[in-house]
Write a protein that binds this ligand. Structure first.
Ligand SMILES: Nc1ncnc2c1ncn2[C@@H]1O[C@H](COP(=O)(O)OP(=O)(O)O)[C@@H](O)[C@H]1O
Ligand SMILES: [Mg+2]
Length: 306
């Protein structure tokens, strides 16, 4: 397998103003490394605030890392020219805010072709619209007239019209109804079968089950576990991965109940030792001092239990 994207020891510290004189540092990423292969779907999972979108934004060059680097096809992402935006594109969570409400579907999907001066734009817009399962009749509608599912298909069409090698999808189904979610997930699968790789950011483990080849579990800006989907979902090794999987919501919202210890309180992240320690039920005495990264059962696990 060919390496497409390589994220190396990425760190990101945001400086946030608190009042007039104080600034506070938020350490969003504390050293994240992973590789994404050509044609692969790598799911990046973790609770809200774990740093998923920050990884996505850096890969998309929308944010600069504080430390570490991103290599795309062997070259530093930040040293690429504009060809980068042709090869790496994005689908955001909410098409209602990511699509310009005043532009027609036709204009929205055509825009990247115009920016990159691609020939036969008209033909390619029509082709991609069919490919994402929309009717050409929608080409002259504007986003406010579309359903959530249709609008997200338009966002996907815009993302793939230049035939990118990698799409960063940040919670692309989270704003959709369950029935529509399944359709859009199938669309992502079809596009992946045609060779597009995905960095698929989600906090929904059911989505991972459907689309991913491998899963990377992020907690407090660090990867806790990374491995093949089947292994990580069926036999999670890291105590945090287990907690995350237990919290899979019931299909019906009324049956959902919060899992103890998840997204209810804010936990402080220790500066030393394991970041997950304050929530871990299996902690060992050494966890307050150090934490090991080990390769076990086809996976990288950041935990002293192995
Ligand atoms: N632009 C920003 N300015 C300050 N803090 C930020 C900014 N973006 C993200 N953060 C903080 O960084 C952490 C990680 O955020 P994010 O990457 O959005 O996580 P996720 O996508 O997993 O929910 C959070 O604590 C968040 O509040
Ligand atoms: Mg996010």
């Amino acid at each position: 397998m060919e390496e497409l994207l390589s994220v190396e020891n990425l760190t990101k510290t945001y400086r946030v103003k608190r009042g007039l004189f104080k600034t506070e540092e938020v350490r969003a990423l504390r050293g994240v490394s992973f590789t994404l292969f050509s044609g692969e779907v790598l799911a990046l999972v973790g609770e809200s605030g774990s740093g998923k979108s920050t990884v996505g934004k850096i890969v998309l060059r929308l944010e600069k890392p504080t430390g570490g680097r991103v290599l795309f096809m062997g070259r530093d992402a930040f040293k690429w020219d504009r060809a980068y935006t042709r090869l790496v594109s994005v689908v955001f969570q909410d098409p209602r805010s990511s699509l310009n409400p005043r532009m027609t579907v036709y204009e929205i999907v055509k825009e990247p072709l115009v920016v990159h001066r691609v020939k036969n734009a008209d033909e390619r817009v029509r082709e991609v619209i069919r490919r994402v399962g929309l009717s050409e009749e929608l080409l002259y509608e504007k986003p406010p007239r579309l359903s959530g599912g249709q609008a997200q298909r338009v966002a996907v069409a815009r993302a793939v019209v230049l035939e990118p090698k990698l799409v960063v999808a940040d919670e692309p189904t989270a704003s959709l109804d369950l029935s529509v979610q399944a359709e859009v997930i199938n669309l992502f699968k079809e596009l992946n079968e045609k060779g597009i790789a995905f960095l698929f950011i989600t906090h929904d483990v059911r989505v991972v089950e459907k689309v991913a080849h491998r899963v990377a579990v992020l907690y407090a800006g660090l990867l806790m576990e990374l491995g093949p989907k089947e292994k990580v979902l069926k036999r999670p090794l890291h105590p945090y991965t287990r907690l995350l999987l237990e919290s899979v919501p019931a299909r019906h919202p009324r049956l959902r109940r919060p899992v103890e210890g998840l997204e209810e309180e804010e936990f402080t992240v220790p500066e030393q030792g394991c970041p997950f320690l304050p929530r871990c039920k299996e902690a060992l005495p050494e966890c307050s001092r150090t934490v090991r990264r080990v390769e076990v059962d086809d996976r990288a696990v950041f935990c002293n239990l192995y």
